[in-house]
Design a protein around this ligand. Structure first.
Ligand code: AMP
Length: 282
């Protein structure tokens, strides 16, 4: 595995590999790696000749300065994990290397980027599009791997690929969970003992709602999930729970409106913002 910090070195390395006819897979991350990230690397390893993983805490996608300042950074541990996972190139640039000057690009991401996370975190998806488009231009991957944990992000990136004319395959990968169901996340380290004990209730409730939904409407199911989690107030507070079409991200009002239906949730748990989702129809 080689560690690269400079954009021109990354471009040189991938260009040489592409010249040899090698297929290239990219896994973009912000580091503080866990098994969720490693499942993407594993899938990428199976499907490509060369695995490139980027580790970069992208400032332009943070709409909250404190979140950026306290985002966990574990670079040495990340390198070790990536080495074991069969990564070929890890790209760890500085902020100045990626943004030598401010990136003022505004992406036309359409309605998929306006709801849910787009509504709650203004500018977040534009920042994601800035960094992911830069990485796509530098690495020119054949495939790029994203976790369904950030469900809406996949729809936004697909939209960006379409409008920017990138020629690559976006590969969505299933959510990796802790044994108690909590979706693995770099931000889980911020949970207090009490919040960590309560957090599995999010997935447990989503899971229970699958059965509930069989005999209830979409609106009743939204209420069931929201009320069940909010019964733990003040420790847990639902920011939103929306049941949407899995491709367009538009809310559905009945179960037969689409054959791909997903519930997306954000919960403040002991002050830490956690996201998760579950498919009702797929
Ligand atoms: P992040 O470092 O949080 O930006 O995540 C990098 C990539 O890993 C994104 O595509 C995430 O969706 C994905 N990811 C994060 N957590 C998980 C998880 N628990 N299961 C699957 N993928 C994940």
């Amino acid at each position: 595995m080689i560690v690269i910090n400079k954009v021109n070195e990354l471009e040189k390395a991938v260009d040489a590999l592409k010249h040899e006819g090698k297929s290239i897979g990219l896994v973009p991350t912000m580091g503080a790696l866990h098994e969720g990230h490693l499942s993407l690397v594993e899938r990428c390893r199976k499907e490509n000749d060369v695995v490139v993983v980027s580790v970069f805490v992208n400032p332009t996608q943070f709409n909250n300065k404190e979140d950026l300042r306290t985002y966990p950074r574990t670079e040495e541990a990340d390198k070790k994990l990536l080495q074991c996972a069969g990564c070929d190139i890890v790209f760890m640039p500085t902020v100045e290397e990626i943004y030598p000057e401010p990136d003022n690009r505004i992406f036309n991401l359409g309605r998929v980027a306006e709801v849910m996370e787009g509504a709650m975190r203004p500018g977040h998806f534009n920042g994601v599009a800035q960094i992911v488009s830069k990485l796509f231009m530098m690495v020119k991957p054949d495939r790029a791997y994203f976790g369904e944990k950030d469900f809406q992000q996949i729809a936004v990136i697909r939209q960006m690929v379409k409008t920017e004319g990138f020629n690559l395959q976006i590969v969505p990968c299933p959510i990796v969970r802790e044994a108690d169901g909590l979706a693995k996340s770099s931000r889980n380290v911020r949970l207090s003992g009490e919040a960590r004990n309560a957090a599995p209730r999010i997935y447990r409730t989503l899971h229970e709602s699958i059965e509930f939904a069989k005999s209830h409407t979409v609106d009743e199911t939204i209420k069931f999930v929201t009320d069940t989690i909010n019964s733990q107030q003040p420790l847990m507070e639902v920011e939103y729970y929306q049941i949407v079409d899995g491709l367009s991200m538009m809310p559905v009002s009945s179960w037969d409106e689409s054959n791909y239906i997903v519930g997306c949730i954000t919960v403040y748990c002991g002050g830490v913002r956690l996201i998760d989702n579950i498919a009702y129809k797929k």
